[in-house]
Write a protein that binds this ligand. Structure first.
Ligand code: 5GP
Length: 189
């Protein structure tokens, strides 16, 4: 099968980006889908690298022009979406697209791409472990941590049964090996 996509979704703190970056290094035929967003660049982020950055007005015009495969207002006033041109760009090179997207977006993409897609939900082993990881990271206040934990719990419930594969990220090396194995078999299809 050609023109394939792999979708990764996870609640925050589950280790999604670490696993996606590992797979990008392991399989050269994978290419990361750069999303469009209307949020401001953070730190060293550059247009066309982490995201394609647009104003909210530009983003809304592009929605009206039907330029997106999927789009969502992930936070109030902040739009995120996958451009049709991005999908075409990656497939034109013969590569398989890898998406790092929120849980709702992941479910939408799986519905759109069907059999061409393999969707993976990454989950922390438990709500307690997730809370400990967020505390250990030391970047959030206790209130913010509780908000993230509550969101993660509801996302886990929402995701149940909607993804092709659920990967529990307990030990990172084990999670890498499991991700390599399931992605490897999908790439051979
Ligand atoms: P951040 O602003 O932290 O980079 O991303 C915020 C959230 O938006 C994350 O959950 C991220 O996965 C999600 N996101 C990034 N790109 C897209 C996209 O193209 N579509 C949707 N629906 N969500 C996205």
């Amino acid at each position: 099968m050609s023109n394939k996509v792999i979708i990764f979704s996870a609640p925050s703190g589950a280790g999604k980006s670490t696993i996606v970056n590992h797979l990008l290094k392991k399989y050269p035929e994978l290419e990361f889908s750069i999303s469009a967003t209307s949020r401001a660049p953070r730190g060293q982020e550059k247009h066309g690298v982490e995201y394609y950055f647009f104003t909210a007005d530009e983003f809304r015009s592009m929605i009206a022009e039907d330029k997106f495969v999927e789009h969502e207002e992930v936070y109030a006033g902040s739009y995120y979406g996958t451009l049709k041109s991005e999908v075409d760009r990656i497939w034109a090179k013969g590569n398989t697209i890898i998406f790092d997207i929120d849980v709702q977006g992941g479910v939408n993409l799986k519905r759109i791409f069907g059999e061409q897609a393999f969707s993976i939900f990454i989950q922390a082993p438990s709500v307690e472990v997730l809370r400990e990881r967020l505390i250990g990271r030391g970047t959030d206040t206790p209130e913010a941590i509780e908000k993230r934990v509550a969101k993660a719990a509801s996302e886990m419930e929402f995701a149940d049964g909607k993804f092709d594969y659920k990967l529990i990220n307990d030990d990172l090396e084990t999670a890498f090996a499991e991700a390599e194995s399931v992605v490897g078999s999908f790439l051979k299809r």
